[in-house]
Write a protein of this length. Structure first.
Length: 194
């Protein structure tokens, strides 16, 4: 939801949420390791204290509506992060599993030829690409961390304010707290202070 707020330039001002833990217990780790690939002891189980899925709708400061889903239970998804922004004149979609592509729809085109088109973002004119491979070569997930580090260094060197700021991070935490509160209260609409 931080990405949605960044791209729209608007804070979420209220949410209505639901969350669920589908798997109530999991094997306890029996040795070093962790995460989803950790070794488990088949006899010892521990209670799960996190949600397996959370869904919420939100209202942006302009009144626009947004919907969000976070789940560990989406079979077939690896590291999916999908964002789609729809407006009166068009739509733009990004999917992390297709990192070098955008899907764009121009709603002003004639209906006979309208539809989403794929934009391959691998040209030097696209952000960050001029520093990498020849045109047309894709970037991977790891390159995003190099971009992040380069942005931090440039920001420090220029003396400009960092982005995102501490205030941006605080706003995200306020949204998450409102999501949790709404889910605990059977999806009641919960305002987000900003």
């Amino acid at each position: 939801m931080d990405l949605a707020q960044y791209l729209t330039g608007e804070p979420l001002v209220g949410v209505s949420a639901v969350s669920e833990t589908f798997v109530r217990s999991r094997p306890v780790l029996s040795g070093p390791g962790g995460g989803l690939s950790g070794a488990g002891d088949s006899t010892a189980r521990g209670a799960v204290t996190v949600d397996d899925a959370a869904l919420f709708t939100g209202r942006l400061a302009s009144g626009a509506l947004a919907s969000f889903e976070a789940t560990r239970m989406a079979a077939g998804r690896k590291n999916s992060l999908r964002l789609e922004i729809n407006g009166e004149l068009g739509s733009l979609a990004f999917d992390l599993e297709r990192l070098n592509e955008l899907s764009f729809h121009d709603h002003t085109e004639p209906a006979v030829s309208a539809g989403f088109r794929r934009i391959l973002v691998t040209e030097p004119e696209h952000p960050y690409l001029e520093a990498w491979w020849p045109p047309g070569h894709g970037l991977g997930y790891e390159h995003t961390f190099v971009h992040q580090a380069a942005d931090v260094v440039r920001t420090i060197a220029s003396g400009s304010a960092p982005m995102p700021s501490f205030a941006d991070g605080l706003q995200v935490q306020r949204v998450l707290a409102a999501v949790e509160e709404s889910a605990e209260k059977n999806s009641v609409y919960t305002p987000v202070p900003y």
